[in-house]
Design a protein around this ligand. Structure first.
Ligand code: BV8
Length: 247
């Protein structure tokens, strides 16, 4: 008796149910194989700093220079990374199904747009944007820092266009993400430890099939219909091929 692997069972389920509306919630794990450090775990970004120390309005008020140095370090690190087969598979899915594919990402690394995805909801902002602390205008921010902290033309300080702990997410983004997650026939939860809210809460509004892709178990695992404990760069190309009805 040859037992089907869990991945084969999931692929068979997708081939039978032929889900149309696909939403994907991604976290740092989808970028791990691109060389971008995750937050938690042995090599995580947080191993040296506690999130509150750097990714919070208090940290920025206390020491904007330190916070900007940390984000500048991350921008330069991510700039050297390339999207991987997982990002590419989601971009391919959207090319084939432009009206029914939504990527909801917690990541600020900009690898989804660099891979070609367009219908993206960046819940936590983006490393390559900055916001004026006075006028709240948002600018593309990709140049190496001339001065730390960088200043807006109006004379006020710029801050990273990132949602910090204790800051509310953009309500329009959360509404769009909640709509996409609840309307999806299939919600993929990829590379997230499922500890940060309100993003992790999107799994609980899903009404379609939920599949987690993560080598580790997370607090979301038992909430999902399926858990594929494997790297996303291996799983996503196979799941996208099944969704697109390819052999
Ligand atoms: C909010 C930007 C309303 C920064 C981030 C007390 C006071 C204030 C708030 C709270 C509080 N208690 C709880 C909260 C709510 C808080 C929260 O959830 N805290 C948690 C930690 C307990 N949330 C907030 O503050 C949010 N705002 O609630 O506003 C409010 C206002 C005031 C008071 C109360 C509420 C704002 C949350 C956004 C914070 N900003 N990022 C920056 O990036 O610099 S969150 C940060 O964590 C990142 O953005 C990241 O996206 C996010 C989640 O992490 P993950 O993406 O899941 O990454 P992680 O490393 O954890 O996991 C990676 C996973 O990948 C692992 O499971 C691993 O196994 C897996 N993996 C590894 N390799 C692979 C893989 N998977 C697949 N393939 C592989 N190859």
């Amino acid at each position: 008796m040859i037992t089907m692997t869990r991945l084969e069972k999931v692929i068979e389920l997708i081939q039978e149910t032929r889900p149309q509306r696909i939403a994907v919630l991604t976290g740092a794990g989808i970028s791990a194989e691109s060389g971008v450090p995750t937050f938690r775990g042995p090599q995580g970004l947080w191993r040296n700093f506690r999130p509150e120390q750097l990714a919070s309005p208090d940290a920025f008020r206390r020491d904007p220079k330190l916070v900007w140095e940390w984000y500048d370090w991350r921008r330069e690190l991510v700039r050297k990374c390339e999207p991987n087969a997982g990002h590419a598979a989601l971009a391919e899915l959207e090319r084939e199904r432009p009206d029914t594919t939504t990527v909801i990402t917690q990541n600020v690394d900009g690898l989804h747009p660099r891979a070609g995805s367009r219908n993206i909801i960046e819940l936590h902002g983006n490393l390559y944007r900055a916001r004026c602390t006075q006028e709240r205008t948002v600018i593309a921010f990709d140049a190496p820092l001339e001065s730390i902290p960088p200043m807006c033309e109006c004379g006020a300080m710029l801050r990273p266009d990132i949602v910090w702990f204790g800051e509310s997410l953009d309500s329009a983004d959360m509404d769009r993400a909640t709509h996409a997650a609840s309307e999806a026939d299939l919600l993929l939860i990829v590379g997230t430890s499922g500890v940060v809210y309100p993003a992790a809460g999107l799994v609980y509004v899903a009404r379609g099939t939920t599949i987690e892709i993560n080598p580790d178990e997370t607090p979301l695992t038992e909430q999902c219909d399926w858990s594929l404990q494997m790297p996303s760069s291996e799983a996503l190309p196979q799941l996208v091929a099944a969704i697109l009805g390819r052999p």
